[in-house]
Design a binder for this molecule. Structure first.
Ligand code: FES
Length: 220
């Protein structure tokens, strides 16, 4: 099938421009497959991140048709069907399907689809995302948890830190002091961890300030 990729391209301190690529692809191709095809066959200057190609590493998060998602997870067929359900003014149903690709939001663009994630990682660091054993007897072997204790970590433990939630976060958009949903999820994960010895300090510091310097130094 033929498809048009409208890619929002930008370099640091420049205005974004839309570049259109026409490509021949299979409905089951992922968006990342298509970006690779563009880069390898049409335009080697297109910049984007990728690594595992298997929804594990989180590197390939971008905005696809207006929402933040993993390029290696979404495929052409579902994207086109999704877009057809949201008709745009003046759009022609019989025209070649279009996919719009843009960089993640709430982070400055370095080049094309590559954003500077420094604030994302700094805010994660601010909540001291390490299980601390300070103030406890360290066992000779491993820390044991019951299945029930471990199950409390399942949901937030599945977060792969791709930055999609941060990109979509309206609170972050209007408040640069807000650490972001990824950091809050990780903070919960730390407080819920039965092996952590800093629960009270954590809650106090989370309540007091997003920049938990004292907690960071204690956990090291
Ligand atoms: S390339 Fe690793 S999550 Fe997409």
């Amino acid at each position: 099938m033929e498809v048009l990729f409208k890619v929002i391209r930008q370099t640091e301190n420049s205005s974004p421009v839309v570049q259109i690529y026409r490509l021949e692809a299979e409905p089951g191709n992922t968006i990342l497959d298509c970006l690779n095809q563009i880069k390898w066959e049409q335009d080697g200057t297109l910049a984007y991140r990728k690594n595992c190609r298997n929804t594990i590493c989180g590197s390939c998060a971008i905005r696809i048709n207006g929402r933040s998602a993993l390029a290696c997870k979404e495929n052409l067929k579902s994207e086109i069907e999704r877009r057809e359900n949201i008709p745009e003014p003046g759009s022609n149903a019989s025209s070649i399907p279009e996919i719009t690709i843009a960089p993640l939001g709430n982070m400055p663009v370095i080049k094309d689809l590559v954003v500077d994630m420094s604030s994302f990682w700094d805010n994660l660091e601010a909540i001291a995302p390490y299980v601390s054993t300070s103030g406890r007897q360290v066992p000779e072997r491993e820390f044991l948890q019951t299945p029930q204790e471990r199950s409390l970590l399942d949901q937030t433990g599945n977060c792969i830190m791709c930055g999609a939630c941060y990109s979509e976060c309206n609170a972050r958009e209007v408040n640069s002091d807000f650490v972001g949903p990824h950091a809050l999820a990780k903070a919960y994960r730390m407080v819920a961890d039965s092996r952590d010895g800093l629960n009270e300090n954590r809650l106090e510091n989370y309540n007091y300030d997003t920049k938990c310097d004292s907690l960071l130094s204690e956990s090291r």
